[in-house]
Design a protein around this ligand. Structure first.
Ligand SMILES: [Zn+2]
Length: 206
């Protein structure tokens, strides 16, 4: 095996529809695309990369050249067009040509956010989504109606639900209250910490 040859990578650069079958080169280009994606951030949260956000599904070489497959955080998210533009711009700046494909199913959920992404959110002052394990239909008292199929479908929509506890991203206190269902963007709610008194955005679980 030879070391990855920069010249060989150059051969593939920016050539859409290049069908030469250079397995090693393709692997190097794919790794490069992933590395570049790490530098493309959520337009609404400039500290979290698209891979950390969990929206990048795949990097592949198809009939039309290199493709980056992304899944919207929620349908109609205005940031998605910006994300696609930012991906293309980042690749073009590095001499690579990619097409951005959108994959709607399975739907993105906040569980796809990486641990690093959650940490960066918190450091940025946004409370990361709290896992809603068992939040629907589990552990509720007698009289709770059985979970219907339509209720299960509703879980995929950005419901205005309040989780049990949203720790303050600044001081870590558990005593916080929601003051508005929508924060700086539709996917966030506005909270206030009762301990340090600071308001903060909460990235709502989905
Ligand atoms: Zn606080």
């Amino acid at each position: 095996m030879t070391q990855a040859d920069p010249q060989a990578v150059d051969d593939v650069k920016g050539v859409a529809g290049n069908h030469r079958n250079h397995g090693d080169d393709a692997g190097a280009v794919r790794a490069r695309i992933w590395a570049l994606l790490e530098q493309v951030c959520d337009p609404e949260i400039p500290v979290i990369s698209l891979p950390d956000l969990g929206v990048v599904r795949d990097v592949r070489h198809g009939d039309a050249g290199w493709e980056v497959v992304i899944t919207p955080t929620y349908s109609g998210c205005p940031a998605m067009t910006q994300m696609a533009d930012d991906i293309v711009a980042a690749m073009n700046a590095a001499g690579l040509s990619v097409q951005v494909r959108t994959q709607l199913a399975p739907a993105w959920c906040t569980d796809w956010m990486s641990a690093a992404g959650r940490r960066k959110l918190r450091e940025y002052g946004i409370a990361p989504p709290v896992a809603r394990v068992g939040a629907v239909g589990a552990g509720e008292g007698a009289g709770a109606s059985p979970l219907s199929a339509s209720e299960r479908v509703l879980r995929f929509l950005p419901r205005a639900t309040t989780p049990d506890r949203v720790p303050c991203p600044r001081c870590g206190a558990q005593e916080t209250v929601q003051v508005a269902q929508f924060g700086s963007t539709a996917c966030k709610a506005q909270y206030r910490c009762l301990a340090c008194r600071e308001p903060f955005d909460y990235f709502k679980p989905l």
